[in-house]
Ligand binder design. Structure first.
Ligand SMILES: Cc1cc2nc3c(=O)[nH]c(=O)nc-3n(C[C@H](O)[C@H](O)[C@H](O)COP(=O)(O)O)c2cc1C
Ligand code: SF4
Length: 449
């Protein structure tokens, strides 16, 4: 006898949920922690840009006409020290993703698509591909703890250098490329044996803290004749202090990558339980720059979970100068598209739920080194989708700015928004909806410190 009344619903433990049970049994089998791609799959929602809403013009403000009145999107980065600041037509840039994590076709398609709409692409752990330089208009080259590709010839071909301290999807740890993706070509570039897991160092071999980071930044400036801006990219953790330090160490541009940030491979617990959300990271970064008297002098790029023009508009309104996109660009390339269904099934997943970039068996040719899979991503067609997606995002940012009465997207500011949740209101200092004019307002708004 089961002892269970047939009419009694099945009861699931809120502590040992089916997912927790699966995780424990997986670890018991593997003898190590779980690794996967894509980004956080946390079930509990994070405070996010979705918790803000814009207040377009009505009677107290005048909106701009969509077709007849210009709305400027030009974006300039690196005005502090560089002789040649980066000038972009739009504020949305392709983030650093390694050749190795991504296929050759994906890297080149991103470069071409970005160039078509006047924006930049970025190298990644693994160094710069000559073909991506050739096809890009503006190329940011990462300088990473792994030192892959950090040769002076590549640095001198860059329009900007990015000293990568960390990433939102795995702050405090190094890059990770599983052996299944270390093909002969990737192994040759990285000077590694093919087929063996590759773990990049967690910290730069040339400096430990801010004192010697100043020297590193100066070294990069000298290597590039003070021509190009130096970015410092951090995974969003102690953002207020880190951004202040980066600015004081001489960064021209600071990148904050929130915990929603994407990855090709990272331990699951780092994706779900480390760092702070992008919303909070932008707010702390702005406050840090204001505190250091550098807001507007050192530019801020926001990254991590930026999916649409509305996300970009909110990030700009909070104080960012530009946004990086990674995962959204891969989705535009075809990631998670419902094609080649049998290959998703072979990975034990389906379109819409795939996070299997770490396996090297990407069904749509984006995160693989397998020539047959890669051939599923024809470069020109894929570049066209990237250009279209970036154009659509930019039109969305302009639509929001015009509706808020702004002729320049960079004039969006916190006053153009309201918070939809108390949490978001506390984090951002933006008033909660429904409180304007209320005598309780003082209790729910926190001014920028
Ligand atoms: C496939 C993939 C590979 C990545 N490789 C790198 C890398 O080599 N170096 C790096 O700094 N960040 C890397 N990242 C992190 C991104 O630069 C960026 O911080 C993050 O993707 C932003 O979040 P989003 O994907 O939600 O836009 C990678 C991300 C993805 C999705
Ligand atoms: S479709 Fe490819 S790029 Fe997208 S999550 Fe799956 S393996 Fe990664």
């Amino acid at each position: 006898m089961s002892g269970r009344n047939d009419r009694e619903p099945l009861r699931v433990s809120p502590v040992y949920t089916p997912r927790v049970i699966e995780e424990i049994q997986d670890k018991a089998q593997l003898g190590r922690y779980r690794i996967r791609g894509f980004g956080t799959l946390r079930e509990r929602p994070l405070p996010s840009l979705d918790d803000l809403t814009f207040l377009p013009a009505s009677l107290t403000r005048i909106p701009l006409e969509g077709y007849r009145e210009r709305c400027e999107t030009r974006t300039v980065l690196g005005t502090r020290y560089a002789e040649r600041p980066i000038e972009l037509d739009i504020p949305i840039m392709i983030t650093g993703m390694s050749f190795g994590a991504l296929s050759w076709n994906a890297k080149v398609a991103l470069a071409k698509g970005a160039a078509t709409v006047g924006t930049s692409t970025t190298s990644g752990d693994g160094g710069m591909l000559p073909a991506e330089r050739e096809h890009s208009r503006t190329m940011v080259v990462e300088v990473l703890p792994s030192r892959y590709g950090a040769n002076v010839h590549h640095l001198r071909q860059a329009d900007g250098l990015e000293l990568t301290i960390g990433q939102g999807a795995k702050p405090g740890t190094g890059g990770l490329l599983l052996g299944s993706k270390v093909s002969g070509e990737i192994a040759a570039i990285r000077d590694l044996p093919a087929g063996v897991d590759q773990r990049s160092p967690a910290r730069h071999p040339d400096f430990l803290g801010p004192d010697d980071m100043v020297i590193k930044i100066e070294e990069l400036r000298e290597a590039t004749d003070w021509q190009v801006p130096i970015f410092v990219k951090i995974g969003a953790t102690r953002v207020f202090d880190d951004v202040k330090l980066a600015a004081k160490c001489g960064a021209d541009v600071v990148v904050v990558d929130g915990m929603e940030g994407g990855t090709a491979a990272s331990p699951e617990i780092l994706q779900d339980h480390t760092g702070i959300p992008t919303l909070a990271a932008i707010v702390e970064a702005r406050r840090a720059l204001e505190d250091a008297g550098m807001f507007g002098k050192v530019q801020l790029i926001a990254a991590g979970g930026i999916r649409s023009g509305v996300d970009v508009a909110k990030a700009l309104a909070l104080g960012a100068d530009a946004c990086y996109i990674g995962t959204a660009a891969l989705i535009a390339l075809n990631c998670n598209r419902p094609i080649y269904l049998e290959d998703y099934a072979a990975l034990g997943t389906e379109p819409g739920a795939c996070h299997h970039c770490h396996t090297g068996r990407c069904p749509v040719g984006v995160t693989t080194q397998d020539p047959a899979l890669m051939a599923r991503l024809p470069v020109d067609e894929a570049a066209g989708r990237i250009a279209n997606f970036l154009t659509a995002m930019t039109l969305e940012v302009q639509m929001i700015a015009r509706a808020c009465g702004k002729a320049n997207i960079h004039d969006l500011d916190p006053e153009d928004m309201r918070a939809l949740t108390l949490e978001a209101s506390l984090i951002t200092g933006i008033p909660l909806v429904g409180m304007h004019g209320s005598s309780h307002q003082a209790h729910v708004t926190v001014p920028h410190a």
